[in-house]
Design a protein around this ligand. Structure first.
Ligand code: PMP
Length: 356
């Protein structure tokens, strides 16, 4: 038998695999995971009950149309069911979006640094990434992004708040930018951290999309709703976009457990948003304490803070880990630290002060 391997697509050469945040070391004295922007709170009892009730039906496929969840979302956001599409996490929906819009020869624009999945899913599709550097203040450079649009541009990601900097795009500048985007180019407002925003000048993408058929909003149950392990996200966009997303979805990609837990979470929103409020309070405390230690901390509206550390990044992450908290280093650039439980945040602040 010949030893040749099957022919794989050339575009896949050199694509890094998606790197999850490092887990906390097992068996360490105290080890908190502040590396994946997860919610530190365990599931609400009501959400657990809904999942346990579904667990007896593992032998069945889930409802492929996510009927209950779609209806609940439509109600919650005041949009037609036909404007919603679900997927396996919002990263799954982002992949569906690229598949629906871009292929070889097409261009996908996004800010950089931003969510690390954008380059990977773009390259997998065969399309070309156009990265537009953040400004020195770590925010989206929307003028430069508008200037980067060509006849080949098919998709633009605006990550608001931006991962990993936590910085935001405000209403007036976003509207000005959208006015400059040709109507046949889809703009995705990735609002994975939407619920943590307290700046009233940051627009709600679901209000923006209503008058703009080329805008689509990406949301997730992984962050504020605390369901990262269940993999459920969704997009809100006009009917042709949402319909295309349903075509590019993995069939039965959202498990029944995930659907039921998402519905239960929407119904327990008051309690969940109370937890989000506590995390926002911790965010303010951590950012102010860091500034008090002399660090430059960009204004964050997400559940994490960003420290630009340059070539000290890896050493910083190692020092944090030694102290008992795992953060997310981007070698040569900086570290992203998730806001966690108070004790974890305190350990992190102590480590940051010692390192400085
Ligand atoms: N968008 C952004 C900006 C993110 O930071 C993340 C998670 N790191 C996602 C999307 C994907 O989250 P999920 O697939 O869990 O919904």
């Amino acid at each position: 038998m010949s030893e040749t391997s099957p022919r794989l697509r050339a575009e896949l050469e050199g694509i890094p695999t998606y790197k999850p945040g490092k887990p906390a070391a097992a068996g360490g004295p105290v080890a908190y995971k502040l590396s994946s922007n997860e919610n530190p709170y365990p599931p609400l009892p009501g959400v657990m009950e809904s999942v346990l009730a579904t667990a007896g039906s593992f032998n069945r496929y889930p409802d492929m149309a996510c009927t209950g969840l779609m209806t609940e979302l439509a109600d919650r956001f005041g949009v037609p069911v036909s404007h919603i599409a679900t997927g396996t996490g919002s990263v799954g929906v982002a992949q569906q979006l690229i598949q629906a819009t871009a292929g070889p020869g097409d261009e996908v624009i996004y800010a950089w640094r931003s969510f690390e999945a954008y380059p990977i899913i773009t390259q997998v599709s065969g399309a070309t990434s156009v990265r537009v550097p953040l400004t020195p203040g770590e925010v989206h450079d929307l003028d430069a992004m508008a200037a980067a649009i060509t006849d080949r541009t098919r998709l633009i990601f605006v990550c608001n708040p931006n991962n990993p900097t936590g910085t935001v795009v405000r209403r007036a500048e976003l509207e000005r930018f959208l006015d400059r985007v040709p109507s046949d180019v889809l703009v995705v407002l990735d609002e994975a951290y939407r619920e943590f925003i307290r700046d009233p000048e940051v627009p709600d993408g679901i209000e923006i999309y209503r008058d703009r058929p080329n805008v689509c909003v990406l949301r997730t149950f992984s962050k504020a709703y605390g369901l990262a392990g269940l993999r459920v996200g969704f997009a809100v966009g006009h009917e042709p976009v949402a319909a295309a997303l349903r075509k590019t979805a993995v069939p039965f990609g959202v498990s029944q457990l995930a659907q039921d837990a998402a519905v239960a979470s929407l119904r327990a929103e008051d309690e969940l948003m109370g937890r989000v409020g506590a995390l926002v309070g911790e965010r303010t405390r951590v950012a102010e304490a860091l500034r008090g230690q002399g660090w430059t901390v960009p204004e964050t509206q997400a559940n994490f803070v960003w420290l630009r550390l340059g070539d000290r990044t890896v050493d910083f992450a190692a020092a944090c880990e030694k102290a008992g908290v795992v953060v997310r280093p981007f070698a040569g650039e900086g570290a992203r630290i998730t806001i966690g439980e108070t004790e974890a945040n305190d350990i992190f602040l102590q480590a940051a002060e010692t390192f400085r």
